[in-house]
Design a protein around this ligand. Structure first.
Ligand SMILES: [Zn+2]
Length: 405
């Protein structure tokens, strides 16, 4: 049978690589940053901008949030998350595991799954590998994630081992239920082979793809074990979970350096929930292909902009009469039109447009950075790009600190 996705390396520079990921709905160039659409919306940023200006080919949807509100039945009855939200390009849905473990308390974890109270109204809810697959089939995303348990970043070796063993058993249950759902036509986003996106050498099956998740916190040996177990089960792509959850940055880089090159060469590697522009570049250096993170929009709402010379906060009084854009090197529509002084005024006046404009610029900056990363890998000068990019940010940020005093 044809595959649900196809991924091919197009260029390589050290461990860094570019590729083309074809799903039934779009063709995605990797390394790729995927904007996060938690509640079926990328907070504050309209789809038109993501499509036309930033050319985002894939965004995320959150199983946990959509499960609680508006509820799976409503989305299913409206034809899945694509039809409900009108986002027609690719969607990746997470499994809900991370949110259950980070947002809720009063959890009861058993082999079967996890019982928890909704953070919205306290209702008792239950998620398991099977239920997560059912929800993600109803949402109809192109890429489905297995239901995993994410141990805290500083978890000890025994706790981490227990957690990754459970994750491996859950991965197997996820895959079994996933396959049943595909065969019984429960995927709201199903496309016939002929309507699945064309353009590559092979036809696609029109079905959903399933990614496994490697856990093991900062313990290198456990990461190796988790990777072996996950590859043995076999998935369309492989994710690295449980990083950037409170451990030191050096631990994250060390894990990536060890793990990424050992991951299957011919499948995309996805680093979940990471990170800053510097993190993305560092992870690409170590061989990662896909990223998602809430930082561009979360920081946008608190007045913090990512720029080519480091992070700035628009609340800073020194921008009160600054007629320059957020980033002089950015060509996004926000930077082409509005000054820091104006955006700062909107922010101080609590106008909602301030958060919208900064979120928009931040996403444009992340996507543009990935575009430059891809270009430099193709040209074989990624090392040079990385050095310049990181230098400008650290110089800018240290200069910023010195003018603050
Ligand atoms: Zn901009």
């Amino acid at each position: 049978m044809n595959k649900p996705i196809e991924w091919k390396i197009t260029a390589q520079d050290g461990e860094a690589r570019t590729g083309i990921l074809r799903t039934r709905r779009s063709e995605i160039e990797t390394p790729v940053f995927m904007p996060v659409g938690t509640q079926g919306t990328v907070k504050g940023v309209r789809f038109e901008w993501l499509e036309e200006e930033m050319d985002a080919q894939i965004i995320l949807g959150n199983t946990y949030h959509l499960f609680l509100r508006p509820g799976v039945e409503i989305i299913r009855s409206l034809g899945g998350l694509h039809k409900f939200s009108t986002w027609n390009r690719s969607l990746l849905t997470d499994s809900g595991g991370f949110q259950v473990f980070s947002l809720t308390d009063l959890r009861k974890l058993t082999e079967e799954g996890v019982e928890f109270r909704s953070h919205i109204n306290g209702d008792k809810k239950f998620l398991s590998p099977g239920i997560s697959m059912e929800i993600q089939a109803a949402l109809g995303s192109e890429i489905v994630m297995v239901f995993d348990e994410c141990a805290p970043g500083k978890a000890g070796i025994d706790q981490t081992r227990k957690s990754l063993e459970m994750t491996a058993r859950w991965a197997e249950r996820s895959k079994n239920r996933f396959n049943e759902l595909q065969e019984t036509g429960m995927d709201s986003g199903f496309m016939s082979e002929s309507s699945a996106v064309a353009g590559g050498a092979n036809k696609l099956s029109g079905r959903q793809a399933l990614f496994g998740i490697v856990q093991g916190a900062g313990h290198i040996e456990l990461r190796r074990e988790s990777l072996e177990k996950t590859v043995e089960i076999g998935f369309d792509g492989y994710a690295i979970g449980g990083l950037s959850v409170g451990e030191e940055k050096s631990v994250m880089y060390e894990v990536l350096e060890f793990l990424a090159p050992k991951m299957p060469q011919n499948a995309p590697r996805y680093l979940m929930g990471v990170g800053t522009p510097e993190d993305l570049v560092e992870a690409v250096t170590r061989g990662v292909d896909m990223f998602d993170c809430v930082l561009p929009t979360r920081n946008g709402r608190t007045g913090s902009a990512f720029t080519s010379v480091g992070k700035i906060n628009i609340r800073n009084a020194k921008f009160a009469a600054d007629s320059e854009p957020l980033d002089v090197n950015c060509s996004c529509s926000v930077c082409r039109r509005f000054s820091k002084a104006y955006i700062r005024h909107l922010y101080q006046a609590k106008e909602m447009l301030a958060a919208i404009l900064i979120s928009h610029h931040n996403l444009a900056f992340f996507l543009d950075t990935m575009k430059k990363v891809r270009q430099s890998i193709k040209l074989g000068n990624f090392g040079e790009f990385r050095r310049d990019f990181l230098n400008k940010i650290s110089e800018g940020e240290s200069e910023d600190k010195s003018t603050d005093v």
